[in-house]
Write a protein that binds this ligand. Structure first.
Ligand SMILES: Cc1ncc(COP(=O)(O)O)c(C=O)c1O
Length: 396
């Protein structure tokens, strides 16, 4: 991955970028693709002239690229500003078919973007909300509890494919199988997961799989991937004059065409990180597999280092997790830790990171939650060493 790291111009600024879970840097090819789209000339889509045709082509390429990344159908790729906006849109569309007595299952592990929209639409439709709880000692989301949470009235199960703070990767396939057995749909938050390994939305049992390109080396664009046939059953609020076909029906206003060109470049980049041959989908699976192995090997060093320090408390020890550490330092607030590390040119996040319910359940939210240091494929041993040296110095 040393070769890959050099492809990111921003990484040359001397900082250790351990903030990837909040958003990654982008490789030069993404910068070039966005600039290139503007340079060549893009028009609004749907016109009779070539620049308009280029925008339409970019949109189609983008749907194909995201579908390849997550293992979906390009005709079921909804593009939008970010995961949160798209989730609110889909929650409204789905809840239009709910009534009093219907049930929705959310999890305490999830980022609030896969919790609050469901709570709010459930309240409006009279649906009951049921909570899947986290084992706070381990950070696991036990699958067994879903047997008691699900019923024939369950309409939707919202669950994350990976926690953005603890890194926990719940057994989504097992949860989805239980949800499908009672006729419920699944809405899987893949924002954190998709950046850290290969994704097969079908194998996960995700009826909806949400992702955000800015977490995996792309620009600020979100996507939700679903079966086009399922999308055709939903009627989101839309303008009378905008296209009614799927997936355009779910997309509001004019698309950021140049950014979508950047998303395509980001997917191509991810597909090329490993030397594997084959289709883009096959290369993506191999590359993301290699990325995960690289991250987890470094993470072992990072986590062992943090856990060996008496003044550090780490949170979460799930069996399957991403390379994401969440910790506190005795005698310092998370903000103070982040500030001290920033002074040493180490970028980490402090706070709840929108894992609102989880940090509340852990009892740390009011005290500033914790510090998150996450690895992505472009991080290397020097980033880890600098973090560990910086945290070691914080001992009182
Ligand atoms: C796990 C997870 N879900 C959802 C989101 C929200 O994504 P977006 O910023 O695209 O709305 C984030 C962003 O940090 C996240 O980490």
């Amino acid at each position: 991955m040393r070769r890959v790291r050099a492809l990111y111009p921003a990484l040359a600024d001397g900082y250790a970028y351990l903030d990837g879970a909040a958003g990654t840097q982008v490789p030069q090819v993404v910068v070039d693709a966005i600039a290139g789209a503007y340079r060549r000339g893009i028009g609004n889509a749907g016109g009779a002239f070539p620049a308009s045709g280029r925008s339409a082509a970019i949109v189609a390429e983008c749907r194909g690229a995201v579908a390849d990344l997550v293992g979906g159908d390009p005709d079921g790729v909804i593009l939008g500003p970010n995961m949160t906006t798209l989730t609110y849109r889909l929650a409204s569309a789905l809840a239009a078919g709910w009534s009093a007595g219907d049930e929705v299952v959310v999890s305490r592990l999830d980022h609030d973007a896969n919790v609050r929209p469901w709570l709010q639409v459930a309240a409006r439709s009279g649906a009951t909300v049921r909570w899947a709880e986290v084992d706070l000692a381990t950070g696991e989301l036990p699958v067994g509890q879903y047997d008691a949470l699900l019923s024939p009235r369950t309409r939707l199960v919202a669950v994350t494919a990976a926690s953005n703070v603890l890194g926990t990767r719940p057994d989504v396939a097992a949860i989805a199988a239980r949800a499908h057995a009672v006729g419920a749909l699944t809405y899987v938050d893949g924002v954190h997961a998709a950046a850290h390994g290969p994704v097969d939305a079908g194998a996960l049992g995700a009826d909806f799989f949400a992702t955000s390109a800015y977490k995996w080396s792309g620009p600020h664009v979100g996507a939700v991937v679903a079966d086009p046939g399922l999308l055709a059953t939903l009627r989101p609020d839309k303008l009378a004059s905008s296209p009614d076909q799927v997936p355009e029906r779910f997309e509001q206003g004019t698309s950021p065409f140049a950014d979508l060109a950047g998303v395509v470049a980001a997917v191509e980049h991810l597909a090329s990180m490993d030397a594997a041959a084959g289709t883009r989908r096959e290369r993506l699976l191999a590359s993301m597999d290699a990325a995960e192995a690289h991250e987890l090997a470094l993470f072992e060093v990072l986590l062992d280092g943090l856990e060996a320090m008496a003044h550090v408390t780490t949170y979460g020890k799930a069996a399957r997790r991403t390379a994401t550490a969440y910790f506190t330092v005795a005698g310092l607030t998370p903000l103070e830790v982040a500030e001290r590390l920033a002074a040493r040119k180490v970028n980490v996040w402090n706070g709840h990171n929108y894992a609102w319910e989880l940090t509340g359940a852990l009892g740390i939210r009011d005290a500033g939650s914790a510090v998150r240091a996450g690895l992505v494929h472009y991080n290397d041993r020097s980033d880890v060493d600098r973090l560990l040296e910086g945290v070691a110095e914080l001992e009182r």
